[in-house]
Design a protein around this ligand. Structure first.
Ligand SMILES: [Zn+2]
Ligand SMILES: [Zn+2]
Ligand SMILES: [Zn+2]
Length: 104
């Protein structure tokens, strides 16, 4: 983790960004709005460096689970058949570029 500071779901460098761009996560087919970091005005999260009022980056120790209210990285919601996922979109979905390359 030391060499990789990019957020897995929004792709931003955690040290350079003010908050995660992904606002929802999914659990067992239900959509949940993530719980933003609530600190003092101007305070940054000690783990993922987001600014107060913004969503944590994925994997932050301090993110609260919107499903059960526990610590997201260690709560039971991660441990079931349908764990909490953030990016419902599959990689490669943004395939609009492909049609332009498809010249045969
Ligand atoms: Zn992020
Ligand atoms: Zn955080
Ligand atoms: Zn949970």
């Amino acid at each position: 983790m030391d060499n990789n500071n990019s957020c897995l779901v929004c792709g931003q460098d955690m040290m350079q960004s003010d908050g995660c761009r992904v606002a929802v996560m999914y659990h067992c087919g239900e959509q949940y709005v993530r719980i933003p970091f609530r600190g003092f005005r101007g305070e940054r999260c000690g783990d993922c460096n987001v600014l107060s009022g913004n969503y944590h980056h994925w994997g932050c120790d301090l993110e609260q689970c919107p499903v059960c209210g526990g610590q997201l990285i260690s709560c039971e919601c991660m441990d079931v058949e349908c764990p909490v996922i953030i990016n419902k979109k599959r990689p490669g979905r943004k395939a609009t570029v492909r049609s332009q390359m498809d010249k045969g």
